[in-house]
Design a protein around this ligand. Sequence first.
Ligand SMILES: [Zn+2]
Ligand SMILES: [Zn+2]
Length: 231
Amino acid sequence: MLIDLHIHASPASRDARDDVAAIARAVEPLGVDAIALTDHGPGCDYAAAAAALAERGIGLVPGRELNTPLGHVLVLSPDVVWLRDLPERSALPVPGGTREPFALVWAHPAGWRIAGAMVAPDPSKGAEHVHAVEILNGERLWQLDGVGIAETLADRLGAGTTGGSDAHRADAAGRCLTLADGARDAREVVEAVRAKATRPVLGSGWAAAHSHVYERPDLRAYAWPGNAPAR
Ligand SMILES: [Zn+2]
Ligand SMILES: [Zn+2]
């Protein structure tokens, strides 16, 4: 299964432009099987989102993006009631109370800013609680060394690795993806993240649709022709 594991939609993310239906239309031709909605706020209507995505044959991995001492952390779980109640600012570990599996992904670890200043990743602030590190983040793909910093962190932590677009508009969805071989639904995607059975890949369908070429040497390892459009 090919999943965009980091997407914001309006209105649950105030900084997002497009709603779930627009995102579904945008990713359908890109060969993406599922997306994770990782809104900052608690306002995502997961049932309505799942229905809008299902119309286009796309699955939903429910999620949130929380503000933690580590920086931004994606929480993924099939338990939408538990997700909805998580505070936008949270300590680590996140509050329990779910019987469903959940996975924590340290999002864009090299791109954490406070008042405009870059803050270096500091694993001492709770990194032992994350299951994976986001290696490819579509919003920060142009940040020099960002991929390398995230790779080094994932290595040091013995954590899994993922990719996601961090899209705040529909035409940015599908840029960066996560491959979870064999996973068939949200629960199995979460379990794959926990088991380090995922890998980040660049969205070749998105790149073809936008005539974009990934030339940087640090990105070449993540090129994956599996969702390139048929010729
Ligand atoms: Zn973020
Ligand atoms: Zn985000």
